[in-house]
Design a protein around this ligand. Sequence first.
Ligand SMILES: Cc1cc2nc3c(=O)[nH]c(=O)nc-3n(C[C@H](O)[C@H](O)[C@H](O)COP(=O)(O)OP(=O)(O)OC[C@H]3O[C@@H](n4cnc5c(N)ncnc54)[C@H](O)[C@@H]3O)c2cc1C
Ligand SMILES: *[C@@H]1O[C@H](CO)[C@@H](O)[C@H](O)[C@H]1NC(C)=O
Length: 429
Amino acid sequence: MKTRVCIVGAGIAGLSSARHLQGEQVDFVVLESTNYVGGTWRYDPRTGKDENGLPLHTSMYKHLRTNLPKQAMELYGFPIPEDMPSFPSWKIYYEYIKAYTKYYNLYEHIKFLHEVTLIKRKDNVWQVSYRHVITNEHFQQEFDYVLVCTGHFSKPNWPDIPGQATFRGKIIHSHDYREPCEFKDKRVLVVGAGPSGMDIGLDVAEVSRRLIHSHHLKVNFRTPFPSNFIKKPDIKELTETGAIFVDGSFEEIDSIIYCTGFEYYYPFLDESSGLTLDPHHVTPLYRYMVNVRQPTMLLLGLVVRACVVAAINAQARYAAALVVGNFTLPPEEVMMKEWQQRADAVVAKGRPFSDIHLLAEKEDQYYADLSAESGIDRVPPVLFKIRTLDTEAKLENLYTYRDYVYTIVDNDNFIRRYEPPAQKECCGP
Ligand SMILES: Cc1cc2nc3c(=O)[nH]c(=O)nc-3n(C[C@H](O)[C@H](O)[C@H](O)COP(=O)(O)OP(=O)(O)OC[C@H]3O[C@@H](n4cnc5c(N)ncnc54)[C@H](O)[C@@H]3O)c2cc1C
Ligand SMILES: *[C@@H]1O[C@H](CO)[C@@H](O)[C@H](O)[C@H]1NC(C)=O
């Protein structure tokens, strides 16, 4: 009997997994709850529920351009078009994902509108329950492997700020941010300084009267922020009409956008999966993805602070190599130890345990390790180097870091030149 593989989700992780299982002696299916590929890269102007009553998965906003140059977002073996801008809009990058899906005939493997509702370990197999989201017909099927590719930028992490319920203006989470129009001439409070907080803050500041940015990140942003952009520390309390900050200052506010991140959310994973699930971390995972207690289950794409697409794609290739038997995993104790060492390091540094998913400076070594173990082609070191310089450029100026054009010379080297756009679309200060 052929190995049976269930891939849950048709975003970049699910699609790359399918692509690399394609043509192997494996029976696989991709179950996707929406009617689309590309997951979070598909912009949807709506918020709330979709046409089938499911919570909208995508967190994409209209003006998003990638925060990494295109070279760092290439899917293995499928060259990024020469004429693609260096930092494409979501729209252009989404076309690339669709082209990939079509080129490898992946559509025929995807069961669209099928939502996975329960994954259980029973009698040494995975029992996967799923339903058709329109007809509500239920199915159950057995699999040898499960690749969980459902993303983790969908379920908002809501802060609990005193006075939140008394605030009379509108509060949204970045998951529901689509475009700046509704904030025109308003006084808007953006909370959080992650990638979305910075990006959405600048997007809204283009039209808002004031943009109050509250965060505690101790990073020296050297961006020349416009005069309507005001930095504040953490919020102490919200009132009916505004916010009091921990430094005692007060600001009148019309609307709030929480850019406070997302939760890991796997409502379909039964306890028998052996994973410990927390909104801020999923453990224990060997190599950031293999479920140590049930190593025929892999969770892709949980890594943060990395060239996420390259990392996900390498994980998909590793997963495929594992499934077809190109390598075998070490015994459970060894896998547990690899995880434990990383866990200990996070604790020793006094960092929040969510850092267990952080690649950051370990990114390049991660690629080396994945390849050494599984035999997959290594993600070249040049990508890590590009990301490092891109991060520097962001600190320098959030308005201009996307004006750099990167050219890869070889696996270790690249060149970068500055090419300001002829006509600046976004007017800045
Ligand atoms: C706003 C935003 C900007 C980003 N910008 C960049 C960037 O510039 N560069 C970069 O490298 N990365 C970026 N990322 C990271 C991005 O998450 C990854 O690039 C990548 O798209 C993640 O792919 P994924 O397949 O893991 O998840 P997703 O794209 O989230 O796909 C998951 C899929 O699983 C499906 N699904 C979920 N639950 C179920 C279920 N129960 N049953 C069936 N199907 C289900 C969903 O419908 C979805 O199609 C960004 C993310 C966000 C949110
Ligand atoms: C498994 O290894 C063979 C031989 O190196 C290779 O041709 C094949 O692509 C690999 N398969 C996967 C899914 O990695």
